[in-house]
Design a protein around this ligand. Structure first.
Ligand code: NAI
Length: 255
């Protein structure tokens, strides 16, 4: 029996990597998926892929940093697709500039990363909150091993701060929305091979080695590795789980 029948699931950053895999996975479990991405073409292609596999999918362009656009799109989706009962805040970026390098670059990194990874998560959640309340919905935020650690992940103060923020936001909202029956959890992926880290993989094998040396399962993750935890947290399998983070990191955080 599919686990997400009769749900409408909105996924941000669904045109690529982890978000794209989660949207496809939710569709396989019977959800109608709404793929959102700043890259409209990528979201449309991903939605087409879901439909070709027999699933139900719509796609829309959305820049999660644009609060007014988030509000307007939430209304459009409520009117044309229906009430969103699952929201995955997945859109995110990373850049690695040393804090002591070119100040303009460091400031731009901070502003962009916080705007997308943390304020974007706020913007989209706030925009969809009425649908989520009405459906006693589920929110799944994508954190990171950098929701906790920093020592082996250099030159990414902004990213680390944003992902700590995502975890803090997850816990605070879980505490506040529990009385409305809305569950809020996070996933902490380890090193997952996606376009996000293609440059690091191509140019910085030493950093990749540091990750893998600290990954007991001994391999990098694939987007598909995040799909199971995402289905768990969106489905009734996790009916008594809120305010948690499921680490899907090959054991990275244990060593
Ligand atoms: P990706 O680069 O493959 O996909 C990110 C998607 O977000 C892209 O389709 C991009 O167009 C979209 N996006 C970027 N800015 C946006 C905006 N302003 N509004 C809407 N969409 C926007 O990256 P990946 O790896 O799939 O990352 C997804 C999430 O997983 C991110 O939050 C990332 O921080 C997190 N993560 C990734 C890890 C990895 O090793 N790949 C590890 C831990 C967390």
């Amino acid at each position: 029996m599919p686990l997400l029948v009769s749900h409408i699931a909105a996924v941000t950053g669904a045109g690529s990597g982890i978000g794209r895999a989660i949207a496809a996975g939710y569709a396989r479990e019977g959800a109608r998926v709404v793929l959102l991405d700043i890259n409209e073409k990528a979201a449309a292609e991903a939605a087409q892929e879901v439909r070709s596999a027999g699933g139900a999918a719509d796609s829309f362009a959305l820049d999660v940093t644009d609060r007014a656009a988030c509000v307007a799109l939430a209304k459009t989706i409520a009117d044309t697709v229906g009430p969103v009962s699952i929201l995955v805040n997945n859109a995110g970026i990373n850049r690695r500039n040393a804090f002591t390098s070119d100040p303009d670059a460091v400031i731009k990194d901070w502003e962009d990363i916080m705007a997308i990874n943390l304020t974007g998560t706020f913007n989209v959640t706030h925009a969809f909150i009425e649908s989520l309340r009405a459906t006693r919905g589920r929110i799944v935020n994508i954190g990171s091993i950098q929701s906790f650690v920093h020592v082996r992940t250099p030159n990414s103060a902004a990213y680390t701060a944003s992902k700590h923020g995502v975890l803090g936001f997850t816990k605070a909202l879980a505490a506040e929305l529990g009385k409305h029956g809305v569950r809020v959890n996070a996933i902490g992926p380890g090193f997952i091979e996606t376009p996000l880290n293609a440059q690091v993989r191509a140019n910085n094998p030493d950093l990749v080695k540091i990750f893998l040396d600290h990954t007991p399962l001994g391999r990098a993750g694939k987007p598909e590795d995040i799909v199971g935890p995402a289905i768990f947290l969106a489905s009734d399998l996790s009916a008594f789980v809120t305010g948690s983070i499921v680490m899907a990191d090959g054991g990275y955080r244990t060593v």
